[in-house]
Design a protein around this ligand. Structure first.
Ligand code: KG4
Ligand code: ZN
Length: 321
């Protein structure tokens, strides 16, 4: 039995979690400074790292008490080493290094984006009891505020990057379009909600297909929304809901198409989705439909493990130790 303490401070969140044997989430604590950033319409790195410095001790303590354990029961410490805001990462890494040194326990560096894909292997109370454990090899799509990566995962220490965004990340495009439509920050959940009211639309945006590659580009569709909004917003029939729907549909379609096509090309029946945008309801519906048609098993983490958390770090850390 191995208990790993995970530490994650790559963006606005200060997170700590204890995971047993890479699977069972014993605790999962997250403190966020998101509300303070929302006032500015985006993440302010200096605010993020200062809050992380204030929160980290209490968050780590809570993750231990939440798991009914103390430091003596921790066998290793896993920490997000990249990518992220440099000042924020530094807080988590320094904390984890000091703890590893003081306890004389191993320290494991974990890649945040790969950990998002790993979230599908975790067992937590929110996930259904009879949830199937995905099988490797798998294709994984990680869609977050900072990244859009498509991987082929042979083993947990063998991730091959198939493609990525050439400009905006999927979540970033949601956030920017939400800003254009004045929906606040973060924009993904707001667009998801609003788009439900805009289904019957003649507006048609399209994300760049970039055929024959697994790369993505979302800056074009974002600009198309910007011009549409600029030119149409004063017309009586302008609909923010329809604009949101069409934008979301264009992003979701290209994500679905490339993920399914990667599975078919590489001959894998497992598709793992991760990252904040994996919470998107249209993405879930479209991927489920296409996966079923193609006899592929698609997995989404429970909502609490889609967005940034330390359980995914501790979980993947178990396989890298
Ligand atoms: O993975 P995450 O929590 O943080 C990063 O590592 O970036 O992802 C945050 C991103 C934000 O861009 C947010 O707008 C997006 O995930 N997001 C969504 C939804 N919920 C969160 N995007 C679309 N639909 C959602 N329901
Ligand atoms: Zn993330």
């Amino acid at each position: 039995m191995m208990n790993i303490l995970g530490i994650e401070t790559s963006c606005d969140e200060t997170a700590a979690a204890v995971v047993r044997d890479g699977r069972i989430v014993l605790s999962n604590i997250i403190a966020s400074s998101l509300k303070e950033h929302a006032l500015h319409g985006g993440i302010i790195p200096e605010i993020a790292s200062r809050r992380q410095l204030e929160f980290i001790n209490a968050v780590a303590d809570q993750s231990l008490s939440g798991a009914s354990l103390n430091l003596r029961h921790i066998d290793a410490i896993a920490v997000t080493s990249k990518p992220g805001l440099i000042g924020s990462l530094l807080v988590g890494i320094s904390f984890a290094r000091a703890l590893s040194f003081a306890l004389d326990k191993p320290l494991i560096d974990v890649d945040h984006i790969k950990a998002h894909a790993y979230a599908n292997f975790l067992e937590c109370p929110e996930a259904k009891a009879a949830r199937k454990v995905p099988k490797l090899p798998a294709v994984a799509l990680v869609v977050s505020g900072g990244h859009t990566n498509l991987y082929y995962i042979k083993k947990f220490d063998q991730f091959r990057l198939l493609g990525q965004t050439l400009d905006d990340a999927a979540g970033e495009a949601f956030d920017k379009v939400a800003k254009i439509l004045d929906l606040g920050y973060p924009g993904g959940p707001a667009i998801d909600r609003l788009a439900k009211k805009g289904k019957n639309t003649k507006i048609h945006f399209k994300s760049a297909p970039l055929p024959d590659t697994y790369n993505f580009s979302f800056s074009g569709v974002k600009t198309a929304v910007l011009y549409h909004h600029r030119d149409q917003k004063h017309h009586t029939d302008f609909s923010a809901a329809q604009t949101a729907y069409s934008f979301q549909d264009s992003v979701v379609s290209v994500l679905t198409k490339k993920s399914i096509s990667a599975c078919k090309k590489l001959g894998t029946k497992t598709l793992l989705i991760g990252g904040g945008v994996a919470a998107n309801s249209a993405l879930r519906t479209q991927l489920n439909t296409e996966a079923e048609k193609n006899n592929i098993n698609v997995y989404f983490p429970p909502l609490s493990l889609c967005t940034d958390n330390a359980a995914m770090i501790a979980g993947l850390g178990f396989h890298l130790i």
